[in-house]
Design a protein around this ligand. Structure first.
Ligand SMILES: Cc1cc2nc3c(=O)[nH]c(=O)nc-3n(C[C@H](O)[C@H](O)[C@H](O)COP(=O)(O)OP(=O)(O)OC[C@H]3O[C@@H](n4cnc5c(N)ncnc54)[C@H](O)[C@@H]3O)c2cc1C
Length: 412
């Protein structure tokens, strides 16, 4: 089948023709794309765009090696993981992750409030799976072929956008010209800072520490366990071989660096920490270098200019409270790739406009949801705590899974 299309970029050169054959694009392109950031969105996008003949892709990643990007566990919903089928890495993802079978909410003393069965969602829509972030990045990297020019330990210095191209200067002094620059450089995006207005940010002034342990029995079964205490939070996230532990609380109480960190965090957790003594014993020692994760997001009102676009956390960071930022980043990367595969280098802006239209409303819903969960998490009064657990006890299971299920039912 052949399809002839006209793309009105309004710049005189704006006629682009494409042909759709048996599941493959027959028309190549001369498009040269720079992806800044080799994280979840950047690698997904590179893996999908490389399929198009003639597409020249450069990916710069600030870290020296992908394995260094480590950190925490990621729960990936099917809307994110299904993108991996198209990247040819889904089986590898399954091998390196663990199915989330249930979600348990516990109280300040570690007592079970409610368990939500997650297997039913999995049976209907596909499994939610837990994976270490470093493993996920490695799986996605496996989907990026040699045709992509990956430059590690590199970033951009300046971005100079003109009508028909973008001039970029890298931190090693090299200057190059691209048809499109993609900011996939996460929450603190440099591309956003250079090319867009300051985003709007939600900051409950909470944050946390993350560490790893051997799996316990619950972990082996595949249950996420979260303890929602009074101004404190302790969560357990089982991946394929290890268990990720996360402690969250107000920055002013638990953001402690250096001497006394472990003792002070333990003391702050009080009875909740005592309920999981062995776990707290494994908390990083004071001299260990660990990242403190601030519960802070960023929402950029605009995601694209004529030839620069934001994808993933760079334009729409989702708080970890929704456990959906990575899924959203992958889904957005897939939509951006889908639109870019339909235009040539002249009509880039049209693809960016359609990408933003297709994604913005859906992503904003998840951002808002992550903010409202954070609002619930930081409440400390007796009344608020009682209401929180009452809601949890009476909440129909289908409401708990609504965000995920709705996301899976909506077209992207
Ligand atoms: C503690 C914690 C737990 C979370 N848990 C979950 C979860 O369970 N489920 C979920 O879906 N999401 C979770 N998230 C959110 C999720 O990690 C992010 O939404 C997701 O990683 C966004 O992907 P991204 O590719 O946009 O950004 P990132 O994954 O942050 O990737 C950005 C990449 O850009 C690189 N970079 C940064 N600046 C530059 C630069 N200037 N030049 C070049 N490269 C640069 C970085 O090194 C990185 O590789 C969690 C986040 C945190 C902090």
């Amino acid at each position: 089948m052949g399809v002839f299309g006209r793309c009105n970029s309004g710049k005189g050169r704006g006629l682009c023709v494409w042909l759709w054959g048996d599941n493959c694009w027959l028309k190549g392109t001369n498009m040269k794309v720079l992806i800044v950031g080799g994280g979840i969105a950047g690698l997904t996008l590179a893996g999908l765009l490389q399929r198009r003949p003639g597409m020249e892709i450069v990916l710069v990643e600030r870290a020296e090696r992908f394995e260094e990007l480590g950190g925490f566990a990621i729960g990936l919903y099917p809307m994110g993981s299904r993108v991996m089928h198209g990247l040819g890495v889904f089986d590898e993802f399954v091998k390196r992750s663990r199915e989330m079978k249930g979600y348990e909410v516990h109280d300040d003393a570690g007592k079970l409030v409610r368990r939500f069965d997650w297997e039913k969602v999995g049976e209907q829509y596909g499994q939610t799976r837990l994976i270490a972030r470093s493993e996920l990045v490695n799986v996605l990297h496996g989907g990026v072929g040699d045709g992509v020019d990956v430059r590690m330990g590199r970033t951009v210095e300046t971005i100079d956008e003109k009508e028909n191209m973008v001039g970029v200067k890298f931190d090693d002094g090299v200057e190059e010209v691209f048809d499109l620059v993609v900011g996939a450089d996460g929450l603190h995006s440099k591309v956003r800072q250079i090319c867009f207005k300051k985003g709007e940010s939600f900051d409950p002034e909470w944050g946390g520490w993350v560490w790893w342990m051997d799996l316990n029995e619950k972990g082996k079964h595949g249950d996420i366990v979260e303890n929602w205490g009074r101004g404190r939070f302790l969560g357990f996230y089982p991946t394929d071989r290890r268990m990720c532990i996360a402690v969250f609380g107000p920055n002013q109480e638990i953001e402690i660096h250096g001497d006394g960190r472990k003792e002070k965090v333990k003391r702050y957790l009080g009875g909740l920490g005592a309920a999981y003594e062995g776990v707290m014993d494994a908390f990083p020692e004071d001299e260990d270098e660990v990242v403190y994760w601030r519960l802070k997001d960023c929402w950029s009102r605009k995601w694209h200019t004529k030839r620069v676009v934001l994808v993933g956390d760079s334009g729409s960071a989702v708080l970890p409270t929704a456990g959906a930022g990575a899924s959203m980043a992958m889904e957005s990367a897939a939509v951006l790739a889908d639109e870019l595969l339909r235009v040539d280098e002249v009509c880039v802006e049209r693809a960016l406009m359609l990408y933003e239209k297709r994604r913005k409303r859906q992503v904003k819903k998840v951002v808002d949801q992550s903010r409202s969960i954070a609002g619930m998490m930081i409440k400390t009064t007796d009344w608020a705590m009682r209401m929180r657990f009452l809601k949890m006890r009476v909440l129909p299971r289908r409401l708990m899974t609504r965000m995920v299920v709705k996301g899976l039912r909506e077209p992207i």
